[in-house]
Design a protein around this ligand. Structure first.
Ligand SMILES: CC(C)(COP(=O)(O)OP(=O)(O)OC[C@H]1O[C@@H](n2cnc3c(N)ncnc32)[C@H](O)[C@@H]1OP(=O)(O)O)[C@@H](O)C(=O)NCCC(=O)NCCS
Length: 148
């Protein structure tokens, strides 16, 4: 396998992610990558690069104590590069940074009924719980948590 490199997010990466997000996600997802995930929280964001191409990204935040939570807001892998460990590498790197910053847990969400994200998180040791009304009335979410 060709070498993959995980590094921080630049504005050029952010612009690229915005341009491909709907395609990578298979639907309108552009609003999810709010600019604050670059301008305010960009220091926590990561991209995976191979042969000079961005093939995956992770947008996250670290919430200080008492929450002490590393929160993964959005992760996406280029459709041609899935199931090659790219998502896992991004999570591992983010987790390492969270641990070093004193975070006590990692958290993420998915919409209900999507097996891929559930299997992905469970494969990395997250517990998953479906919570009714999590995102408001009638809007359940699967909540993933992993203690560090
Ligand atoms: C979900 C997603 C981030 C996974 O990234 P990825 O790089 O393909 O995942 P990895 O290769 O690191 O997978 C690690 C393990 O997770 C599990 N897994 C990942 N995707 C899976 C899927 N679609 N179905 C079942 N298990 C899956 C497997 O156990 C896999 O290990 P294996 O390939 O050796 O069996 C990626 O498919 C994606 O971007 N999907 C579209 C956007 C999305 O759903 N984002 C997540 C919202 S929470």
């Amino acid at each position: 396998m060709r070498e993959m490199h995980i590094r921080g997010l630049t504005k050029a990466d952010y612009d690229y992610i915005i341009s491909v997000l709907d395609q990578w996600w298979g639907g309108p997802a552009g609003r999810r990558a709010d600019p604050m995930f670059f301008y305010e929280f960009g220091e926590h964001a990561l991209v995976a690069e191979q042969d000079g191409q961005v093939i995956g990204f992770l947008l996250g935040v670290m919430v200080p104590a008492p929450s002490a939570t590393g929160y993964v807001h959005l992760v996406g892998i280029h459709p041609d590069h899935r199931r090659r460990g790219v998502g896992k590498r991004l999570y591992e790197q983010f987790t390492e940074r969270c641990r070093a910053a004193g975070m006590k847990q990692i958290k993420s969400l998915a919409s209900s009924g999507h097996e891929g994200p559930i299997r992905f998180h469970e494969s990395m040791g997250f517990t998953s719980t479906e919570v009714p009304d999590y995102a408001g009335p009638g809007r359940s979410r699967v909540v993933f948590v992993k203690e560090l």
